[in-house]
Design a protein around this ligand. Structure first.
Ligand code: ATP
Ligand code: MG
Ligand code: MG
Ligand code: MG
Length: 439
């Protein structure tokens, strides 16, 4: 991509309305633009990151055997009247009526709709287990939308729903989600810690939130510092292996890690004092087994092996896809701007031409661009007539992992400069070596 032909409305000034660094950087880097409180347009650079996160979420969900689909954003009120949540949900639900005066709503979540789809399509235990998911925009009329995409009103969520005949089956689905989420967050370059959360009015022990530690997080958390040493890494998982998934859950959830809603001082006191931590965190996902709450209310049953109709056991599992963009920036930035992890970066390499219009420099940059593209990489070539300082500042702000700088003196000797955004280290090398290094 040539920057001269792209749309990257970078801001020079620090926007005063943004209270936290990720919001400031997303505005400054031209990633988003507010349309109304808590509602954002995703400008080209932000959209690339959002799509990358979506892609990783899809890949990891499907690796775990979960089936993608797409439900609409608008839902009829009747489904929510059936479950009883139409009244319970309160003002967070955006209610709309159509031209015929029918009550509709912009979905804040999809338990009711998926349960309706399930009951019309599945009747026997033989068709289970089943996990369906989608990535779709949600609307919650938050009292205090803030921090940019972190607490939006319209936001993108992956929500998956599991259906099993027995509680044991549903708990395996729960464990499988925990494992797939660990993999997903690591691929996004994040450390997200599963923490015991509050089951709300339904209760139960089977819910964990995934938290990214950050001072600007809205949740208060308490944990044993040992949990921050755990990594999933590249271990191979058989998602159908009940014991293997259970062992991962055990490994990642036995040490103390709780949100303030479930925090228990007495149990926390058993953690050695030098390992006790309290901090703040960003909730980037939640897994939840809730039994037969919706299947009872909405009559979602299957016949079991004895021919009896039994309510199906369900769970719902969410990832905050758009919130993740902010969370990743909170976790990975410096005073010059964003530092994208490789997995989600909007472009892999920035090419900076120090002397635009100089035949040797232009030819070299075009050659590098083509060579990188041939390796399947997406370079962003700054081909504008701008000062070097301005080009460097833009590249630092938008945080691409690598910068390749091409200038007349170096290129006369066949050399370019390769700079690592994270370490700041620069090295002169041949064009071929530079391309090989980043590819
Ligand atoms: P929160 O406690 O932050 O309000 P939640 O517990 O209400 O979130 P869930 O119903 O668990 O949210 O939704 C799944 C995920 O969707 C959350 O873990 C979070 O990452 C994301 N999410 C929820 N609300 C918002 C929002 N207003 N803006 C952006 N992402 C959100
Ligand atoms: Mg909420
Ligand atoms: Mg929450
Ligand atoms: Mg939650």
């Amino acid at each position: 991509m040539r920057l001269s032909r792209y749309f990257l409305p970078v801001l020079k000034e620090t926007p005063s309305e943004a209270q936290i660094v990720s919001h400031r950087l997303m505005l400054r880097a031209g990633m988003i633009r507010q349309a109304a409180a808590g509602i954002y347009s995703w400008l080209p650079l932000g959209y690339r990151v959002l799509r990358n996160i979506e892609r990783i979420v899809h890949e990891e969900q499907q690796r775990a055997g979960h089936i993608p689909m797409l439900m609409p954003t608008l839902q009829p009120a009747e489904l929510w009247q059936e479950s009883g949540r139409y009244d319970d949900y309160g003002k967070e639900m955006l209610r709309i009526s159509d031209r015929h005066g029918r009550d509709m709503l912009y979905g804040p979540t999809n338990e009711e709709m998926i349960t309706d789809i399930f009951r019309s399509g599945v009747s026997s235990y033989r068709e289970l287990p089943l996990t369906l998911y989608h990535i779709q925009w949600k609307f919650r009329d938050e009292v205090r939308p803030r921090f940019g995409v972190m607490r939006g009103r319209e936001f993108l969520m992956k929500d998956g729903y599991t259906f099993d005949t027995t509680k044991e089956g549903a708990l395996h689905a729960y464990n499988r989600h925990l494992v797939s989420y660990l993999r997903t967050y690591e691929r996004l370059g994040l450390k997200a810690i599963p923490m015991r959360a509050d089951g709300g009015p339904i209760g139960g022990d089977y819910t964990h939130e995934f938290l990214v530690l950050a001072e600007t997080g809205e949740s208060e958390v308490f944990y044993d510092s040992e949990v921050t040493d755990l990594t999933f890494g590249d271990r191979v998982i058989d998602y159908d292996d009940v014991d293997q998934c259970a062992a991962v859950l055990e490994e990642f959830t036995t040490r103390y890690a709780r949100t303030d809603e479930t925090h228990d001082e007495a149990i926390f006191a058993e953690v050695p004092e030098d390992r006790r931590r309290s901090a703040r965190g960003i909730e980037v996902g939640q897994i939840f087994y809730f039994g037969t709450k919706y299947s009872d209310a909405m009559g979602a049953t299957v016949t079991n092996a004895d021919g009896q109709a039994v309510p199906v056991h369900m769970g719902s599992h969410g990832i905050g896809v758009s919130r993740l963009v902010g969370a990743i920036i909170e976790a990975s930035h410096d005073d010059k701007g964003i530092v994208w992890p490789e997995g989600v970066t909007p472009f892999h390499v920035g090419i900076v031409n120090l002397r635009q219009g100089d035949a040797a420099c232009d030819t070299a940059c075009e050659g590098i661009e083509a060579a990188l593209e041939a390796h399947g990489l997406d370079p962003l070539y700054d081909d504008r007539e701008e000062r070097a300082g301005a080009k460097f500042a833009t590249m630092d702000l938008i945080g691409l992992p690598w910068r390749l700088t091409v200038g007349p003196r170096g290129i006369a000797n066949g050399l370019v400069e390769l700079t690592n955004r994270r370490t700041g280290e620069s090295e002169e090398m041949s064009v071929e070596d530079a391309v090989a290094r980043v590819a």
